[in-house]
Every structure is written in structure tokens, then in C-alpha cells.
Design a protein. Sequence first.
Lengths: 408, 64
Amino acid sequence: MTSTLNPASEHPAEIPEYPMTRAAGCPFDPPPTLRAKQQEGPLTKVRLWDGSTPWLVTRYAEQRALLADPRVSSDITRPGYPSSAPVTGSSKVSFILMDDPEHARLRRMVTAPFAVKRVAAMRPAIQKIVDELIDDMLAGPKPVDLVEAFALPVPSLVICELLGVPYADHDFFQDNSKTVIKRDTTPEQRSAALGQLAGYLNDLMGEKLADPGDDMLSQLAERIKSGELSRQDAAQMGVLLLIAGHETTANMIALGTLALLENPDQLALLRDTDDERLVASAVEELLRYLNITHNGRRRAALEDIEIAGQLIRAGDGLIMANDIGNRDPEAFPDPDRLDIQRDARRHVAFGFGVHQCLGQTLARLELQIVYSTLYRRIPTLRPAADLEQIPFKHDGSVYGVYELPVTW
Amino acid sequence: MKVTIDQDRCVASGQCVVAAAEVFDQRDEDGIVVLLNPDPPAEQAADVRHAAVVCPALAIQIED
């Protein structure tokens, strides 16, 4: 195996900090330093909050190859793992931070409800939720905050129904989820918020054990009874599903709407089509273009790996920056243009490899229904604030907008 | 075209079903891939190839 010297490591001062900052006035584009690093080469070094210098993987092909490589680990407790914050006892939120075979064993306990046909059967129920929220918006005062009135309630109602979580508790779980995923949350605050959520899910699990219903938490309760799953692990899974189930999709709804409003030609194409394939294509393109998980997919190398002329050593940290990977001109020509008619289905917005997003089929369906309904029912929808006044989630591990005032 | 799948590697993303529903399905109990037709006709070849490209677990192999 040939070893290639990494020039960056000889000049530590030139190693940029990660995560990076987006350019002012370009809220939909990845940070310019990420683009510069991508042009520099497929693998460069970055510096994290703790002074560690993992590899930054910026190109689509290498990101896919490494995310699918069994020689990389998702285990946050591994030496070299490039964590985004200090690792505490509560860092290991369920199987997303574990390796196979334990990861696969646990993941397969919750995959059935996300199968394509099972999710497709939810279409009428989700359409009803979307229609009713739009009815309420149209009947209420304007301008209105689209995040509060629509983007957050849609996925929250859907995941509550699927899991068997009472929607009445949405303020509690939305607030704690927000704390968990903010970049500037202290480890103590994050730990406390996760503890609150775990306690809540543990209580709910008790109710499902005593009085099971037709929902995912009751199915997990069955696994506790059969001895396949500890009650603590079941509660942790519930926390993961609840957070992932509403935060990500909510941000795609609000940020996607803003991106479309800023690209009126694309919005018009989407609003005026009856073609389900174009709607599906628009969802894939918005996932690619916005790539809201802008903290990178993080791994640690378990063995030496040679890729793109570079030798990654066992124990090196790896950050696959999927936001810039989805803007790789080699994979997506004219990558910075939002084009809902392009074939973007190969994007890595949901990650790649065995950890790829569990709920992606549900997220797609929710977004297809939202994007094909909202602009059609409110054709004059427009922002009620200038782009500069809209608060973006620069400090979130999931990108989006905190508020989106709209009128019509 | 000859298609083979690896159910042990599959992570139930369901992307193969979205790409080529005539060729791939999912098990009811855990969403793991089921191969409906190991020898799909030529008109489905492009969809099957796309399914193999987007499979996150690289669980679909194609021989021409």
C-alpha cells in the first residue's frame, strides 16, 4: 500500500475549522470554504472543537464509497470518532451510533412500518392532516409563521400517530428536540433534554406495556415482553424516532418552501403539474439542493483504507460532508442550480450505507403531499419578510429556518 | 439481465421498490428485500440498474 503525504498536515495553521459558516446572502448554499476544499481534493483535513483533525471527504463518489465501506465505524465511543460535541453517557442515542451486527438487529425491529407499501397506505391520512392545517391557516390571521402553523405540525402529527405518542405533548417534545439538535447547546443541556425525552418515552412505554395499541411503541413494548429489547433501549429508540420523525421533515417543508418562493419559475412548474413523477422529482431535487443535515456524516476508520490516492489510517476520523457532496459537479452538473426536472435520485441527503435514513420513505411521502398541495391551495403564497430578516438555523445540526412569516 | 440480492446486507431502505416495483418487494415483518423476478425483461433493465445504484447497502447485484 502506498502512503501519500497529506500536505495540509504539515501546515496545521492552514487546517480550517469545521463546521464552517455559510456566506451572507446565500442561505441555500453550503459554506464557500467547503466548496474550496472540494476543489482542493477529495480528502483534506479539518479541525474540530476539540482540536482533533479528521479527514473531510467532499466529493460524492468518495462519500458513497466510504459510507458503504464496512471498514468504517459509526460507534461514537471509538478512538478517532469525530464527535460534534463532548461524548457523554447519553451520547449514544440508539442504533444510529452503533455498528453491525447490533445495529442491524435493533434497526430491523423498527423497519416494517417504513416499508414502501405500508407508508403508501398512509397517504390519505397525511393528505387529510395537510388539508386541515391549510384550512386553519386560510381561516386565520395573516401574516402567519409557516413553521408554527404548518411545517412543524404536519410531521409531528404524522409521527405521533405512527408511534402512538399523544400530540397534546408536542410543545414538550418539540422544545426538547430543539435543544438536542442545536449546535451551541452545552453537553449538560443536551444531556438534560435527552433525559427528559427518555423519561417521557419510558413512561409511555409503561402505558403501552399495560395497554397496547396499534402503534410502533406498542410493537416495541412487545419486544420488551419477549426479552428481545430492554425497556431502556426501547425508550431510546422511541426518542430517536420521535426527534428524527418531526425535526428533519419540518425543516424541509419550511426551507423548501422558501427556496421555491425564491425560485418562482420552479415553484410555478411544481404548482401547475398533475404529474406525480414531477412532484417526486422535485422532492428529490430539494433534498439534494438543501441537504439540511449539514453537520456531515461522521465515522472512524477501523482499518487502513486507501482511497483517491490517499491513505486513511485505522483510527482516523472521517467526515463525509454530504451537503457539498450533493453539490459535486461531477455527480450533478450545474450543481448550484435548483432544477426540479433533473434526476437527483442518487443524492446522499439521507446518507448512504447501512445507516441511511430509516424514515426516508415516510419523509418523501410527506414532502410529496405538502409540495403538491400547499402552493396549489395558496397560489399567492409569499414571504412576509425580506430574506435578510428570516432567522436561519446556522446553529442547528439540522439546517432550516426558525420562523417563516408568510402571507397571501 | 440476471439479478441477485443479499438479504443479510439489506437495510430495508425500500429504494429498490420505489425504483422497480415489478422486480423488488419487501417482507412484511421487517421490510427486507424480496426478489420478485430474477430475470427482468429488457424494458425494466434501466429501473433495475437504478435500484442497484441507489441501494445504500449494495445488496443488489446485476449480471448481464
